[in-house]
Design a protein around this ligand. Structure first.
Ligand code: HEC
Ligand code: HEC
Length: 219
């Protein structure tokens, strides 16, 4: 197990280094933070991209290190809580349009590298976050805590000793930062992902979701 982890890390470092980027930037690219946290005409990672949900529109947030509008005031632990449990610094629950159920599988080392990258390498942008257009009472966020406790497994990825380092690395990328299951796993009621067994990975054999289902579940 230990050997596998070391191999996986070596592979990671070699890939990131070869591209001339920090490990944190590599993780940000693997997790595609930019795609959702940048509006069409907006500054990188300053948020504001609209997600249509059946309840109303929500907007991604500013994750540049700006202290007022971005995550400049987040400690590492607060950041890790947002990434794994979907809870923002001030305690409100994030809508699962932010794929924290997948990011929960990321390793501490990767989350730390990602945090260092966002705080130290990204240019702060003073763009205010936009409130969702979801009307009250549906806009209440506390039921999301209940949804999380029912459906989200917030356990980091554990490598399988009976598989190669490359297999484990791929499984980690798919289940964790790549959040492929966020779109490629069919949804059951309440937009939770249908249970899958790790042995067959049947969830990912399903056809990709249609655009319609994606819109309904927004994430
Ligand atoms: C599929 C779209 C999507 C992707 C990919 C995504 N996010 Fe998000 N994220 C969102 C949305 C939408 C919100 C706001 C949710 C809300 O307001 O409830 C959010 C919120 C957040 C927050 C809370 C910020 C705050 O204002 O308190 C953090 C931190 C965050 N994302 C970090 C990241 C990082 C780092 C990545 C890349 C590893 C990432 N996100 C990738 C959609 C996404
Ligand atoms: C934000 C949603 C989303 C995420 C995240 C996502 N995909 Fe997809 N993917 C789609 C959609 C939608 C399609 C179908 C596109 C089409 O048919 O034009 C697709 C198509 C594909 C296809 C082509 C399948 C075929 O039958 O032709 C592959 C392969 C694929 N995705 C792999 C991945 C992998 C691997 C990941 C994770 C690294 C991933 N996807 C993450 C939405 C997503």
């Amino acid at each position: 197990m230990k050997r596998l982890t070391i191999l996986a890390l070596a592979l990671w470092a070699a890939q990131a280094g070869a591209q001339g980027m920090s490990r944190g930037e590599y993780v940000a690219r693997a997790g595609d933070c930019m795609a959702c946290h940048t509006a069409a005409d907006g500054a990188p990672l300053a948020g504001g991209l609209k997600f249509a949900t059946p309840l109303g529109d929500i907007y991604s947030t500013n994750i540049t290190p700006d202290k007022t509008h971005g995550i400049g005031g987040y400690s590492y632990d607060e950041f890790a809580r947002a990434m794994r449990e979907g809870v923002a610094k001030d305690g409100h629950h994030l809508y699962p349009a932010m794929p924290y159920p997948s990011y929960a599988k990321m390793s501490d080392d990767d989350l730390r590298a990602l945090y260092d990258y966002l705080i130290n390498e990204v240019t702060p942008q003073a763009s205010a976050n936009r409130e969702s257009d979801i009307p009250w009472p549906l806009s209440m966020r506390w039921p999301l805590g209940l949804w999380n406790s029912l459906f989200v497994e917030d356990k980091p990825f554990t490598p399988r000793a009976d598989k190669s380092a490359a297999w484990n690395r791929g499984a980690y990328l798919v289940q964790g930062p790549g959040h492929c299951g966020a779109c490629h796993t069919p949804r059951a009621w309440a937009c939770r992902r249908k249970p899958s067994t790790r042995a067959t990975s049947s969830s990912l054999r399903a056809k990709p979701l249609t655009a319609g289902t994606r819109r309904r579940c927004a994430g």
